[in-house]
Ligand binder design. Structure first.
Ligand SMILES: [Mg+2]
Ligand SMILES: [Zn+2]
Length: 190
């Protein structure tokens, strides 16, 4: 009694993983979820895993857009997903950059991937079992983040992931986020 049952999470990179990579996403009209993203997120929800987005948004530090805009994008993502019965449980973003940024945003923070701040904060707030968790992303930095945090990395071939080689630390090279989630949920049943 009183001890929380820890659930695993599937951490998801945002740009290039659940929506099209467009460089810095500065206008809501540029937001396009991949056609398979809704099914992927719903599968996470159905397996009683946390669906948690962790995204570097240094466009805030660079002055391309503000935090309010990022919040608007994330609300919109969940609106689009809701149409297919899916939801992201929590969004975490890093607004900083170590070399380019204005004011307080110019900092070598602990949250910018490949650092683990966002994952550890989520683990704290949601009581996530990190060892039973995964990070799906389209870059080698995402896979480094997974390795640093002790979660299983899954690389996708969308976004920046097209021509990458799967690093040894990562577990599976998926075609896209739905393939990744199917692999993870199948894996967990074994
Ligand atoms: Mg990405
Ligand atoms: Zn940060």
């Amino acid at each position: 009694m009183g001890k929380k049952t820890k659930r695993g999470a599937i951490f998801l990179d945002r740009d290039g993983t659940i929506n099209e990579e467009v460089g810095y996403l500065r206008r809501l009209e540029e937001l396009r979820l991949f056609p398979f993203t809704g099914d992927a997120i719903r599968l996470i929800n159905e397996h009683d895993l946390w669906a948690v987005v962790v995204t570097n948004q240094s466009g805030i530090a660079r002055g391309f857009f503000d935090e309010e805009f990022v919040g608007t994008v994330h609300d919109r993502i969940n609106e689009l997903l809701a149409a297919g019965g899916a939801r992201i449980d929590r969004f975490y973003y890093c607004p900083h950059h170590p070399k380019e940024g204005r004011g307080d945003y110019l900092t070598s923070c602990e949250c910018r991937k490949p650092k683990t701040g966002m994952l550890f904060q989520a683990a704290d707030e949601l009581a996530i079992d990190l060892a039973g968790s995964y990070l799906i992303g389209d870059t080698l930095e995402d896979m480094e983040t997974a390795a640093h945090a002790g979660v299983t990395g899954v690389l996708v071939k969308t976004g920046h992931g097209k021509n990458l080689t799967l690093p040894e630390s990562a577990a599976y090279h998926a075609h896209h986020v739905l393939d990744a989630v199917r692999w993870i949920t199948g894996e967990r049943k074994r």
